[in-house]
Write a protein that binds this ligand. Structure first.
Ligand code: NAD
Length: 295
């Protein structure tokens, strides 16, 4: 399988490397020469442009920052340059409307297309254990699964074009809200004289249980792998959570959906970001709520 991989940043670098490790021929391109050099060191072939990278690909995979990049790369460089037999898979997190527009352009030109955003951060990208949420025609799902296999722990079809992006932003809106709720509960527990470690033992086995408690507890100790144990470094940055919450709010406004807690979560992460903590893991919301940002 010949893969063209466009966008070799924090996520795409590890993902392209796993395609090469699986023995596939990976022709890679990024605007950054450093990113391209890292991909070469990981066994990819370096192309000098998107057009060159995709020209005889079986599968084109993109991992780009946002909707405008995805639209530009597909409309101006992939569609028409890749063979129409190629499967096009965009793994970036972008707005649902742009995903549907790009899918429409691709289909009109005769390509099979899938939006396939991921859950899991850079560690999962490097380990090949990402979860993919896919929006595509049912008939192409098997091809999409085969294309994503070296990068994935699980691939789930959410529905037709755009449904992968819808699943991603709804999931992350829920995560953003549940993390703030978890942090508020811990901050209150502490004020009431209840040890946060003890609260973990209870909440993780009671009806307050959720992923933010059981797998990502924002107080150091109970979940050793959580970023709270390493000064809230690494993990999922506040700025990235904010990007996803904004996408959710834009989508909610367009769809006429009421998302009052999503609105509030976006405002809180925007404030935290504006205070200069965009690089800190999103579970550092606990420090913000405790009024102890230097702890
Ligand atoms: P990044 O900024 O590290 O990488 C994006 C890469 O795209 C950069 O190397 C950039 O040079 C390249 N690029 C931009 N325009 C290009 C163009 N026209 N042609 C070729 N290359 C181009 O971003 P990232 O952290 O890898 O994230 C990529 C996507 O994955 C985003 O949509 C993000 O929301 C999503 N995502 C990120 C994470 C995470 O933890 N980082 C987790 C899940 C999803």
């Amino acid at each position: 399988m010949k893969i063209a991989f466009i966008g070799l940043g924090n996520m795409g670098g590890g993902m392209a490397a796993n395609q090469a490790k699986a023995g596939r021929t990976v022709t890679a391109f990024d605007l950054s020469t450093e990113a391209l050099d890292r991909a070469k060191a990981a066994g990819c072939l370096a192309a000098t442009s998107v057009v060159e990278a995709v020209k005889d690909a079986d599968v084109v995979i993109t991992m780009l920052p946002a909707g405008p990049h995805v639209m530009k790369v597909y409309a101006e460089q992939v569609i028409g340059a890749a063979p129409t037999s190629a499967l096009l898979v965009d793994c970036s997190t972008i707005d649902v409307d742009t995903a549907r527009k790009v899918a429409g352009l691709a289909q009109e030109a005769g390509y099979a297309f899938a939006d396939a955003p991921v859950s899991g951060g850079t560690a999962a990208a490097e380990a090949g254990t990402l979860a993919f949420m896919v929006g595509c025609d049912e008939a192409v799902l098997a091809r999409v699964e085969a294309a994503l296999e070296p990068m994935s722990r699980i691939t789930i079809r959410a529905g037709d074009h755009g449904a992968g992006q819808a699943a991603k932003i709804c999931n992350n809106m829920l995560l953003g809200i549940s993390m703030i709720g978890t942090c508020e509960a811990i901050a209150l527990a502490e004020r009431l004289g209840l040890e946060p470690e003890r609260f973990f033992e209870i909440a993780s086995k009671s009806s307050g249980q959720c992923w933010s408690v059981t797998s990502y507890y924002p107080w150091p100790g109970p979940v050793p792998t959580a970023p709270s144990n390493r000064g809230y470094e690494g993990g999922f940055a506040t700025a990235m959570m904010l990007k996803d919450l904004k996408l959710a709010q834009d989508a909610a406004a367009k769809a006429g959906a009421s998302t009052p807690l999503g609105t509030q979560a976006e405002a809180m992460y925007a404030l935290f970001d504006r205070l200069g903590y965009g690089g800190r893991d999103f579970s550092a919301m606990l420090q913000f709520l405790r009024g102890d940002l230097d702890s």
